[in-house]
Design a protein around this ligand. Structure first.
Ligand SMILES: [Zn+2]
Ligand SMILES: [Zn+2]
Length: 338
C-alpha cells in the first residue's frame, strides 16, 4: 500500500510502498478514505513535538471502511464505515477505565507515536478505538476527529458556568474556532456568543456560523466585551490561540464564577494569584476528547448541527497541502482521500 512518511524533520513526506501489517486478535485494518490534515502536522514536520520518532506515517484524523478484522473482533465486519479515535491508551489504567484514554500516560497517538492514516490502509490495534458511522461519510467525519472533538470537550467543560442569556467568548476562528462557535451554538443552554479574530474573512465566517457578536481583535476588544456584558464580563472564554495577546484578553473578559479554557499553544502566559482573576473564576485547559465525546460530536454532525466545509486532496498532493496550510491558503478543512 502507499503511505506518506516523514523521514527527516523539515523535509517533504515521501510517498512509498509499505506492506500492511498482519491483522490478528482484536485488530482491524481500515481502508482510509478520509484523513483530515491538521495544523499540528506542521509541528510534527518541524520537529516541535519531542516524542515523535522517525520514520513515521503522519495522519491522526482518520476515517474509512473496515477492510479486515482479527478473529476476536465482534460487531465490526468488512465494509463498515468507521471513524478512528486517535488516542490509543493502555486500556487498564485509572484514566482508560474512565473512558479517558486521551489522558493515559501511555497513550500512543496515531500519526504522532505510531503510523497514521496518510496511507491507503491504517492498522488499528483494537476495535475499541472504532466508532461506526451511520449517516456521515468518512470524508466528512475526518475533520471532526480532532478539530471538532477538541472544542467539543472544551465547550462541554464550560457548560456548568453558562446559563440562558449568559455570554461566552471564543477567541480565534481558525481550525478549532470554526467548530467551537458551532458547537457552543448547538449545545450551550442559550448562551450568547462573541467571536474574536484579527482576520476580516474569519470574522465574517464567525457570524455565518452563529456568533451573536464578532469583535476585531486588532481594536479594543476588552472594552467591547465589557460593554456588551454591561461591565460584568463573560461567563466563559475559550482561547483557541493562547498567545501573549489573547491570554490577557481572556483574563480581562471574564466575570465572577466564569471559566477560561485555554486550547491554543501559541506560547503566551498568564500570571496567576488570588486576585489575578475575578472571584472563583476557573483557569484550565482541555486535551483532545474522549471516545464517548467523539461519538457525541459525530452525532451532532449527523443531526446537521455542525457543518463541515471539506476540500478533498489525493495522497500524492500531501506536501502541497502542507505548504498551502502554512500559507493559510486552505479554505475549510483539507482532507486526504488516499
Ligand atoms: Zn490535530
Ligand atoms: Zn491507560
Amino acid at each position: 500500500m502507499k503511505a506518506a512518511r516523514l523521514y527527516k524533520f523539515n523535509e517533504p513526506l515521501q510517498i512509498e510502498e509499505v506492506a500492511p501489517r498482519e491483522v490478528k486478535g482484536g485488530e482491524v485494518l481500515v481502508k482510509v478514505t478520509g484523513a483530515y490534515v491538521c495544523a499540528s502536522d506542521l509541528d510534527i514536520i518541524s520537529g516541535h513535538i519531542p516524542e515523535v520518532k522517525l520514520p513515521l506515517t503522519l495522519g491522526h484524523n482518520n476515517a474509512g471502511y473496515v477492510e479486515q478484522v482479527g478473529q476476536d473482533v465482534p460487531d465490526f465486519k468488512r465494509g463498515d464505515a468507521v471513524a478512528v479515535f486517535g488516542g490509543w491508551g493502555c486500556g487498564s489504567c485509572r484514566f482508560c477505565r474512565q473512558g479517558e484514554e486521551q489522558l493515559c500516560s501511555l497513550t500512543r497517538w496515531v500519526g504522532f507515536g505510531v503510523d497514521g492514516g496518510y496511507a491507503e490502509y491504517l492498522h488499528v490495534p483494537s476495535y475499541r478505538h472504532l466508532i461506526k458511522l451511520n449517516k456521515l461519510e468518512p470524508v466528512d467525519a475526518a475533520p471532526l476527529l480532532d478539530a471538532g472533538l477538541t472544542p467539543y470537550r472544551a465547550v462541554k467543560l464550560t457548560l456548568p458556568h453558562l446559563y440562558p442569556g449568559s455570554v461566552a467568548v471564543i477567541i480565534g476562528v481558525g481550525h478549532i474556532g470554526y467548530f467551537a462557535v458551532q458547537i457552543m451554538r448547538a449545545i450551550s443552554p442559550g448562551a450568547k456568543i462573541i467571536a474574536v479574530d484579527v482576520v476580516d474573512e474569519r470574522l465574517k465566517l464567525a457570524s455565518q456560523l452563529g456568533a451573536d457578536w464578532v469583535i476585531d481583535g486588532r481594536g479594543k476588544a476588552a472594552d467591547e466585551i465589557k460593554r456588551i456584558t454591561g461591565g460584568e464580563g463573560v461567563q466563559a472564554v475559550i482561547d483557541t490561540v493562547g498567545s501573549a495577546a489573547t491570554l490577557p484578553l481572556a483574563a480581562t473578559a471574564v466575570g465572577r464564577k466564569a471559566i477560561i479554557m485555554v486550547l491554543g499553544l501559541a506560547g503566551g502566559t498568564l500570571p496567576y494569584s488570588f486576585l489575578a482573576l475575578p472571584f472563583e473564576c476557573v483557569l484550565t485547559n482541555s486535551v483532545w476528547g474522549s471516545y464517548n465525546e467523539l461519538e457525541e460530536v459525530l452525532a451532532l454532525a449527523a443531526m446537521g448541527k455542525i457543518k463541515m466545509h471539506v476540500q478533498r486532496f489525493p495522497l500524492k498532493d500531501i506536501n502541497e497541502v502542507f505548504s498551502r496550510l502554512r500559507k493559510g491558503q486552505i479554505e475549510g478543512q483539507a482532507v486526504i482521500t488516499p
